[in-house]
Design a protein around this ligand. Structure first.
Ligand code: GMT
Length: 422
C-alpha cells in the first residue's frame, strides 16, 4: 500500500506512535510518506529513504549505520513469515526495506501574509502534491487537529484518497471540548473515512461530541517488549542510586494536564520515610515549578532531572515505580513502556488507564489529586514483598501478552484494507 502519515513532530505519544507505525509498515514493504513541518523526533535520518525540503529532494546520510528496530529484526529473521502473519500486501506494494520518505511543507514567500496564517493551506497543498505524485491510497492522520482537517481539505481539492484519523487524546478531551476548536474536532470525526482511538474510553468521549455516534475502531498503543525490559545488571542503576534506595520516575511533557507537581508531592512523602530518588524526565511549562516545589519540600537533592530523551528505556529499565498523576490520559503509553520493564505504575483512574491497569494486580490506580491514596498504595507494596512481586510480574505479562506490536499493526492494516476494498 502507499500511505501518507501526518503527525506532530515534537515530544509526545502521538508522534511516537506514528513513527513506530511508519517503521513497521515500511519494513513490511509498504511505501510510507511522512508529511510534516519537521522530521518527527523519534525518526532517525538514516531510516529515511528520501527527504523533500524546500522543493529539493535528497537523501540525508547519518554518521552511524541504522540500528534495526524490533520490526527490522523480526523481518530479518523471516520476512516471509512476517508477511504471512499480516496477510498478503496489495499488488502495487513495494518490497524494498527503508521505504520511508519525508516531505516538509512547501514554502510560500510573500510578505503580505504572516507565514503561520497559511500553514494549514501549505500543509494541505503538500498533501495534494504528494498524493498525486506517488499515487497515494491512504492518508492516515495521527491526531485529529489539525492533521485530519488538512487531509480533508486536500481530499476536497479533488483527490481520490481514504482518510484514517487516529484519535490520541487531547484532540478530543481538550481541543474537542474547547469552544475555540470543537466544531473543527466534530468535522474531523464525521468527514474521515475511518476513525480509530487508542482506548475504549477515548472512543466513547469522541462520540459524546457527536449527535449521531460513528463507528470508532479501537487500536491501542503497543510496546516493543524486547526494547523495554528490566536491566539485567546493576551497572546503570548504581550511577544514580544507592543499593537500598527506591527509584521513582515521572516522564512527561510537564503540561498542567499531567499534574507533574503531584508526582513530586507523592515522592516527598515517601522520601520522608524511605531513602528514594526521583527521575524527572522531559521538558515543559511546569518543569521548573516541580524543581521549585521539590526545594520547598526539602527533596530537591534527591531529584535527577533530564530533558527529553529518545532513550527513555535506559531510565525505565532501572526504576521501581512510575508516577503518572494525570488529569486526563487517553491511554498512557509511558505507563505501558514502564510495565514492560517490570516497573510498578501508580497512575490516576482516568481515561484509558483502567483498560491497562487493575489495582493490586498489575499496578495501582488512585483518584486524581489524592496524593495520600497513592502514597498508601506505594507503601502497601513496599511492605508486602509478595504483592510487589505479583504486581511487577503481572505488569510485564500484561505488556507482552495484551499490547504486542503485532496486534496493533494488524489492527491498522485491517482498517486500511477495509477502506480499500469498499
Ligand atoms: O500525553 C501527551 O501529552 C502527549 C499526547 C500526544 O498527543 O502526543 O499523548 C496522547 O497520545 C498518546 C499516544 O496515543 C497516549 O498514550 C497518551 O495517553 C495521550 N495523552 C493524553 O491523553 C493526555
Amino acid at each position: 500500500m502507499r500511505i501518507v502519515l501526518l503527525c506532530h513532530t515534537g515530544l509526545g505519544g502521538s508522534g511516537i506512535v506514528a513513527t513506530e507505525l511508519a517503521l513497521a509498515l515500511s519494513e513490511l514493504g509498504h511505501e510510507i510518506h511522512i508529511i510534516a513541518e519537521h522530521i518527527p523526533f523519534r525518526l532517525k535520518e538514516e531510516t529515511v529513504s528520501s527527504s523533500n525540503r524546500g522543493g529539493l529532494e535528497y537523501r540525508e546520510l547519518a554518521g552511524a549505520p541504522a540500528t534495526k528496530s524490533w520490526w527490522g529484526k523480526l523481518v530479518e529473521l523471516g520476512r516471509k513469515s512476517a508477511r504471512y502473519y499480516f496477510g498478503k500486501q496489495t499488488d502495487n506494494s513495494k518490497s524494498t526495506e527503508g521505504n520511508i520518505h519525508f516531505h516538509e511543507f512547501q514554502i510560500f514567500n510573500y510578505p503580505l501574509f504572516e507565514d503561520s496564517s497559511l500553514l494549514t493551506l501549505r500543509a494541505a497543498n503538500t498533501i495534494a502534491d504528494v498524493v498525486s505524485k506517488y499515487s497515494i491510497e491512504i492518508v492516515h492522520a495521527h491526531y485529529a487537529l489539525p492533521h485530519s482537517t488538512r487531509a480533508i481539505l486536500a481530499r476536497d481539492a479533488g483527490l481520490n484518497i481514504k482518510i484514517v484519523t487516529t484519535l490520541h487524546g487531547t484532540d478530543i478531551s481538550v481541543a474537542g471540548r474547547d469552544p475555540a476548536l470543537r466544531h473543527m474536532a466534530r468535522h474531523a470525526l464525521v468527514k474521515s473515512d475511518a476513525v480509530t482511538a487508542v482506548s475504549g474510553a477515548l472512543a466513547s468521549q469522541a462520540n459524546e461530541l457527536l449527535d449521531n455516534p460513528i463507528k470508532i475502531f479501537q487500536v491501542p498503543n503497543w510496546v516493543d517488549s524486547n526494547r523495554f525490559q528490566r536491566a539485567t545488571s546493576d551497572t546503570e542503576r548504581k550511577k544514580y542510586a544507592h543499593k537500598d534506595e527506591i527509584i521513582f520516575i515521572h516522564a512527561s511533557n510537564f503540561r498542567p494536564i499531567k499534574r507533574s507537581l503531584d508526582a513530586v508531592r507523592i515522592f516527598a512523602k515517601i522520601q520522608q520515610e524511605l531513602p528514594s530518588r526521583l527521575f524527572l524526565i522531559g521538558d515543559g511549562v511546569e518543569k521548573m515549578q516541580c524543581i521549585e516545589l521539590a526545594q520547598e519540600l526539602g527533596v530537591n537533592g534527591r531529584i535527577l532531572s533530564l530533558a527529553s530523551t529518545t532513550a527513555i528505556e535506559t531510565f525505565l529499565s532501572i526504576s521501581d515505580y512510575l508516577l503518572l498523576p494525570s488529569e486526563e490520559e487517553s491511554f498512557g503509553l509511558v505507563a505501558l513502556e514502564a510495565m514492560s520493564c517490570g516497573v510498578i505504575v501508580v497512575a490516576t483512574q482516568v481515561g484509558g488507564l483502567p483498560e491497562l491497569i487493575t489495582t493490586g494486580e498489575n499496578g495501582f490506580l488512585f483518584e486524581v489529586g489524592n496524593v495520600d491514596q497513592a502514597v498508601s498504595q506505594i507503601k502497601s507494596s513496599l511492605t508486602n514483598q509478595d504483592l510487589k512481586e505479583k504486581v511487577t510480574t503481572n505488569a510485564r505479562t500484561t505488556a507482552v501478552q495484551k499490547f504486542s506490536p503485532q496486534n496493533a499493526i494488524q489492527g491498522y492494516l485491517e482498517v486500511y484494507k477495509s477502506l480499500l476494498s469498499k
